[in-house]
Design a protein around this ligand. Structure first.
Ligand code: NDP
Length: 327
């Protein structure tokens, strides 16, 4: 049988962790033929809760799950990691300034980046879910100079999936007939879901909807969906975030469909005027475990203004963490 793939999950005792781990252990992340070894990182006070989740994982008797280690030491957690899902983060609490939030997360993602640098497998793939995800990924990347920069990614797949669902509802087309949708920029309220290159059953999606709907309904609904879920559910989205994390890694490992692409926040190579090094969402294709930013798309004025606004926010976050000495 195949050697197990080591998957490290941080914040394992949290809501997203709870929705994520069972799907990783059942084979939905890497496929039905790939055994998985889980390494769970938690802060010390949450270790007992992580033990409880591990007991439930044991009790599921997943044939693909070959072992679970639980630790509060990043060096141990990332030892041999092939896939690292960085979910745990410091949430913004009432009255917290952006600088405080970035500093608190720097205290988490800098040591984790160092631990990845020192201990992860050579082929490690990193997905940051914990917010502010793009900038947390930037901090981890900066702390891991020996790991190729392109291995550090952040999640905009939930935004992508939300956009697919909204467009499907509006047009009546099933989601699997919609392709080439893009989330650009930051995983924040400034993100830009772009339908101008999207197709519905091979025809222009932009022509199926009007610009007023895009500007006044679609974009704000996708961007504010997280808040709407908190309002309705009394808790933040967890299962859909875990689902998107599974989708992100599954697509990275297994490839995008011919003629389609997905959205991932990845280190910019300067494409589309996004300053090099910023971890910004782009349209990407994947094959053989690597990804490429889709090139040559025409960006109209409507899109340009929105991409630029979100990228400006990312540049400001980078300046802020630079000022704090985190990168
Ligand atoms: P969740 O599991 O619900 O969320 C974890 C992170 O994912 C948060 O930063 C959250 O951001 C983010 N996130 C990204 N996208 C989404 C989305 N679409 N919907 C919801 N969340 C999203 O948080 P919990 O508080 O339940 O659990 C966090 C766990 O992490 C705790 O057990 C804590 O102990 C642990 N932790 C572990 C660390 C470590 O391993 N070193 C460090 C820090 C915390 P947002 O806050 O903006 O919703």
């Amino acid at each position: 049988s195949r050697t197990p793939v080591t998957v490290t999950v941080t914040g394992a005792a949290g809501q997203i962790g709870y929705a994520l781990l069972f799907r990783v252990a059942s084979g939905q992340l890497l496929g039905p033929d790939t055994p998985v070894r889980l390494r769970l990182l938690e802060i010390t006070p949450a270790l007992s809760a992580a033990e409880g989740t591990a007991m439930e994982l044991d009790d599921s008797a997943f044939p693909l799950l070959t072992g679970i280690d639980i630790t509060d030491d990043p060096d141990v957690a990332f030892d041999g990691a092939n896939v690292a899902l960085l979910v745990g983060a410091r949430p913004r609490t009432k009255g917290m300034e952006r600088g405080d939030l970035l500093e608190a997360n720097g205290g988490i993602f800098k040591p984790q980046g160092r631990a990845i640098n020192g201990h992860a497998a050579d082929d490690v793939k990193v997905l940051v879910v914990g917010n502010p995800a793009n900038t947390n990924a930037l901090i981890a990347k900066a702390a891991a100079p020996d790991v190729p920069a392109e291995r550090f990614t952040a999640m905009t797949r939930l935004d992508h999936n939300r956009a697919l669902s909204q467009l499907s509802k509006k047009t009546g087309a099933p989601v699997d007939q919609i392709s080439r949708l893009t989330i650009w920029g930051n995983h924040s309220a400034t993100q830009y879901p772009d339908v101008f290159h999207a197709e519905i059953a091979g025809k222009s999606a932009a022509e199926a909807v009007d610009e007023a709907w895009l500007a006044d309904e679609f974009i704000p609904t996708v961007a504010k969906r997280g808040a709407a879920i908190i309002e309705a559910r009394g808790a933040s989205s967890a299962a859909s975030a875990a689902n998107a994390a599974i989708d992100h890694v599954h697509t990275w490992v297994n490839g995008t469909k011919e003629g389609d692409w997905t959205s991932m926040a990845v280190p910019s190579d300067g494409s589309y005027g996004v300053p090099e090094g910023l971890i910004s969402s782009f349209p990407v294709t994947t094959a053989n475990g690597s990804y490429e930013i889709v090139q040559g798309l025409d960006i109209n004025a409507f899109s340009r203004a929105r991409i630029d606004a979100s990228v400006r926010e990312l540049a400001e976050e980078r300046e802020a963490v630079r000022g704090l000495g985190l990168i």
